[in-house]
Design a protein around this ligand. Structure first.
Ligand code: ADP
Ligand code: ZN
Ligand code: ZN
Length: 718
């Protein structure tokens, strides 16, 4: 038998699969098997993508795999990886790397432990008063009382002697490393009766789950529900129906570390059949959760975007919560979008795709069956949103915002203040000559972080001490411009903070990932206070008593030169409004902006997501932006600008998709010491454009790599 194997190498120039002859003892090898193979004078891992009777390679040149590894992947995921390799202009090896068991390439596997059990002879020896010393008697008694026990706990050498006498049996067993279950908290194991609105939204989903559908057909739903409208309960019911039908479900969430509530609700409802896979787990735990899914022991996988590759059997449903989140897009190669992969995977299985958000993407609204939840469960009104014009104001907080915070301190409530910018001030300049401090590796300004007394680059991590004098003119007068979360936190603490009204900060600087959850818990537990932070503070948390939300600089996302700028701004304001006014007090949101007329802000202030989506779709249709066209971004980077540009120009000449425009090359700012040049392909015929770009990159990239130019392709850039 011949196995066609794709070696797991990063190089684009290596294009498998390659044929290997299976040894007589390797009969169990199938599509998805992970093998250790000799390859080009080295040994590497490879995945079997096909089996064949014979090979075009001469028999004497065929070699055998060295070993068959235990963590094989389902054949279905091999097919999915092949599709991803094409869809994202990557290579099969890189795509396969994403669907492997966690840690498979570094030798992580199941943990085996030796377990001891009492034999019949052993029980007899206990009751008949056989010759046993004190320690042996205690050991046998414990085994008789507690059943099978890990040998190491009782002393393996002693057990071996008992085994030799036939009193104890030892066997090796897989021992799962289970992640800590989340504190269940308010999550309840019993389902509440659905509201009429929920009932209405759920019916079509249940009907789709019940319908017999073959591969190649799927149904997709968009659950468009305001924050607090009870979307999670719909997900739970859909998962329940999937399990009842004997199938499996995947639930994607944007960030588990920050929103453990969602996870604990699934664990509380379904118990042991829930597996979680996320980056805060140890590799061994991740492997074991993966193995529980692979064996069918677990049938619900909850996790971030990579959970879309969970090796579940008989997939019936994929849920994508907060489907508007950009974290569903992967930034490594292949730059896959978990939402598109989910769509593909549900289609392959005749399964159901359920996306949910309070701020859905226009593309989802266009292509999916829309289910709406217009009211909050508790019928609390949506918060009042007021737009504050920042033109002519120099202080980062508008006087009205400062007033509202001072009021809140008097009355003892909670506020969230959102500013999507870390640090103290955005940039430093010399008062005398205007020199701006920039990163030596990237063409961007350095950001002042007062707490560490340093200036830092937010792109490459470069940091240096705060400058005392200008390197150009030696002036000691350094001006600080703009405000970041650190400065807002400091100012609020000076003005308002005390033991009764604490100020918390949450951003990538403030704490390690695990401590961020702690900050959120402390803010949740305090009676009054303020949480200042980047967009992290607007993500899916449910604090019942926040009555004031402030967006410090709504233009920060608007200024971004991107066709999604309006969409992002709308989502940011709406999501913050969603965190506000969930309890006794009614909510109020203040949006500070230099552009009070911006469409996204005025739609958000009216809570008009239908209006925003309709308007956005009209604009995108007129400008041929997604979802009415597909974008593909190609970036060439090199130490020298000329090399990056000439490679981009060469690529542009090679890419000739029918009916598509290739815009560029346009220079991008230098990043991590590399000059960059970008092409953007805008195409109506997506498949043809992807093919054209993929072929051109395959021709140009390997020789370019020899000259130190790297080429990266981003299909559907975010
Ligand atoms: P969303 O995900 O839409 O923001 P959630 O699913 O978090 O909203 O629901 C908001 C709150 O309402 C949660 O505390 C949830 O437990 C509660 N809830 C949801 N459905 C019901 C129901 N049918 N009856 C009572 N409470 C519900
Ligand atoms: Zn100067
Ligand atoms: Zn930098």
């Amino acid at each position: 038998m011949i196995a066609r194997v794709q070696p797991l190498t990063r190089t684009r120039a290596v294009r498998g699969p390659f044929d290997y002859r299976l040894a007589p003892g390797q009969a169990e090898v199938g599509v998805g098997s992970l093998l250790r193979i000799p390859f080009g004078g080295r040994r590497t891992l490879g995945v079997v993508v096909e089996l064949a009777e014979r090979s075009a390679v001469a028999p004497e040149r065929l070699v055998e795999p060295e070993a068959v590894m235990s963590a094989d992947i389902p054949a279905e995921l091999v097919a999915l990886a092949n599709w991803m390799a094409q869809e994202y202009c990557s290579t099969p090896a890189r795509a396969l790397g994403l669907v492997l068991a966690p840690g498979a390439t570094v030798g992580i596997g199941a943990r085996r432990v030796l377990v001891a059990e009492l034999t019949q002879e052993g029980s007899a020896a206990l009751s008949s008063g056989a010759r046993l010393n004190e320690r042996q008697r205690t050991t046998l008694e414990r085994l008789s009382r507690e059943g099978a026990t890990v040998a190491a706990e009782l002393g393996t050498p002693g057990l071996r002697r008992l085994q030799a006498r036939g009193l104890v049996a030892l066997r090796s067993q897989t021992r799962r490393r289970r992640p800590v279950r989340h504190a269940v908290g308010s999550a309840s194991a019993t389902a509440p009766p659905l509201t009429a609105d929920q009932q209405r939204a759920l019916v079509p989903v249940l009907e789709a789950l019940a319908a017999e559908r073959g591969p190649g057909t799927s149904s997709g739903f968009l659950l468009d529900g305001v924050t607090g409208s009870g979307k999670t309960e719909i997900y739970l019911r859909a998962v329940q129906a999937t399990l009842a039908a004997g199938r499996s479900a995947i639930v994607l969430v944007p960030e588990i570390a920050l929103t453990p509530q969602a996870l604990s609700r699934f664990e509380a409802r379904f118990g042991e059949v829930v597996a979680v896979i996320h980056s805060a787990l140890g590799q061994g735990q991740r492997y074991d959760e993966w193995a529980r899914l692979r064996s069918g022991e677990a049938r619900v996988c909850v996790g971030p975007r990579s959970a879309v590759f969970a090796p579940v059997s008989d997939l019936g449903l994929i849920v994508v919560d907060e489907e508007h989140e950009s974290s569903y897009k992967h930034e490594g190669d292949p730059r896959y979008d978990a939402r598109s992969v989910a769509e593909r995977r549900t289609r392959d299985h005749g399964a159901v795709l359920l996306l949910g958000s309070a701020t859905p993407r226009p593309e989802s609204a266009l292509s999916m069956t829309r289910l709406t939840l217009r009211r909050r469960i508790d019928h609390r009104p949506m918060p009042v949103v007021e737009v504050l014009d920042m033109r002519g104001h120099h202080h980062p907080l508008h006087p009205q915002s400062a007033l509202a915070l001072a009021d809140l301190r008097r009355s003892g409530g909670k506020a969230i203040v959102l500013l999507n910018r870390r640090g103290w001030s955005n940039f430093l300049s010399c008062h005398a000559c205007g020199h701006v401090w920039v990163c030596p590796n990237c063409d961007v300004a350095l950001v002042l972080h007062r707490s560490g007394s340093l200036v830092a680059c937010h792109h490459c991590g470069h940091r240096e001490p705060v400058p005392g004098r200008c390197g150009v003119c030696a002036s000691v007068s350094v001006a600080r411009h703009g405000a970041g979360t650190e400065r807002i936190e400091h100012e609020l603490r000076e003005a308002l903070g005390d033991a009764r009204f604490p100020i918390f900060r949450l951003d990538a600087d403030s704490a390690a990932l695990s401590d961020r959850a702690g900050t959120l818990q402390r803010f949740g537990a305090t009676r009054a206070g303020v949480l200042v932070g980047t967009q992290m503070v607007a993500k899916g948390h449910d604090f019942p008593d926040v009555s004031l939300g402030i967006v410090v600089d709504a233009d920060q996302t608007l200024r971004f030169p991107d066709f999604r700028a309006e969409e992002r701004t709308f989502a940011l304001v709406t999501q913050l409004a969603g965190r506000t006014g969930r309890g006794e007090r009614s909510g109020r949101v203040l949006v500070q902006t230099q552009a009070p007329q911006a469409r996204s802000i005025s739609f958000a202030s009216r809570h008009d997501s239908d209006g925003f989506i309709a308007d956005e779709l009209t604009r995108r249709r007129a400008l041929s932006y997604p979802p009415f066209a597909s974008l593909i971004r190609v970036v060439c980077s090199a130490a020298e600008e000329a090399l990056a540009r000439s490679t981009a120009t060469a690529l542009q000449a090679e890419i000739a998709p029918p009916g598509a425009a290739v815009l560029g090359p346009a220079p991008l700012f230098r990043l991590r010491g590399r000059a960059r040049s970008q092409l953007v392909v805008k195409a109506i015929d997506r498949a043809a454009a992807i093919r054209a770009v993929g072929e051109a990159v395959d021709r140009i990239a390997p020789p370019a790599a020899k000259r130190g130019v790297s080429v990266s392709v981003d299909v559907d850039p975010q």
